[in-house]
Design a binder for this molecule. Structure first.
Ligand code: KIV
Ligand code: NA
Length: 264
């Protein structure tokens, strides 16, 4: 099966909703790939894989290694790699150098970066030089030290306006798609109606052109998840149950049995 391309994703505006999930490892990428249009190697790997308090600590090396693993584990979905905090905000040139490195080292189709109006010249710079960019507006977790937390964005009229303006600037700069995270629904709908590229919602609206979730959240790997996460499985209980059974059997010498040993 041919991999979905950025132009084909762009053409899905207003059409069949785009399905995106995060992936960080090869086996999970293989399992998600048949069902997804896009796999996002999110910098949420900070919390999911590395136990970091937030995404600010993520490095280029982490994104590159996990990005390459996800590309190796997928055949159908377009792979998008998050640019880590500090790798793109300094200047368009810095962003280009790091985005080019990520595409070269991983084989991914595109990068994603957080930000609005201020980052628009950078998005334009990358796009004009062969690097497709997915935008990310609203709740932007890399700004946690400015925002002070992960609360819903756009509650004041002024903040709502600036999020819409951010999305318009990002779209105008050439982003092929925009993630809208953690905003009042009316803002997500307004952006979706106004921009020409597909919007991907997370804590946004069913009217977005697609949806994304952190895979480990929707699988129920974590106790605490944001309101916008729907848990489709309780993986934590499944894993705990299996591991408890194994531990009990080792302690009672009921594992291994003759099925698992080489009788000699
Ligand atoms: O890092 C991430 O997982 C993300 C998605 C939640 C959009 O940016
Ligand atoms: Na991210």
């Amino acid at each position: 099966m041919k991999r979905l391309t950025v132009p084909r994703i762009r053409q899905r505006k207003g059409g069949e909703p785009l399905v995106m999930l995060t992936a960080y490892t090869v086996r999970m990428a293989q399992l998600l790939d048949p069902h997804c249009d896009m796999l996002l190697v999110g910098d949420s790997l900070a919390q999911v894989i590395y136990g970091l308090p937030h995404t600010v600590g993520v490095t280029m090396d982490m994104m590159s290694l996990h990005g390459a693993a996800v590309v190796r584990g997928s055949y159908h979905a377009a792979v998008i790699v998050d640019m880590p905090f500090g790798s793109y905000e300094g200047s368009p040139q810095q962003a280009f150098d790091n985005a080019a490195r990520l595409l070269k080292e991983t084989g991914a189709a595109a990068v994603k970066l957080e930000g609005g109006k201020v980052l628009a010249p950078t998005i334009e710079f990358l796009t004009q030089r062969g690097i497709p960019v997915m935008g990310h507006v609203g709740l932007t977790p890399q700004a946690v030290n400015i925002l002070g937390g992960y609360g819903v964005r756009g509650k004041s009229e002024e903040e709502a306006r600036s999020i819409v303006d951010d999305a318009l600037a990002v779209a105008q700069a050439g982003a092929f798609s925009i993630v809208i995270e953690g905003v009042l629904e009316s803002i997500a709908v307004e952006i979706t109606n106004k921009v020409a590229c597909p919007t991907i919602g997370i804590g946004a609206s069913a009217q977005c052109d697609g949806q994304v979730l952190v895979t480990d959240d929707m699988l129920g790997m974590f106790e605490r998840v944001p309101k916008f996460v729907k848990r489709y499985q309780d993986m934590a209980s499944i894993v705990s149950g299996a591991v408890k059974e194994y531990a009990d059997q080792v302690r009672s010498r009921s594992f291994p049995t003759e099925d698992q040993i080489y009788a000699g």
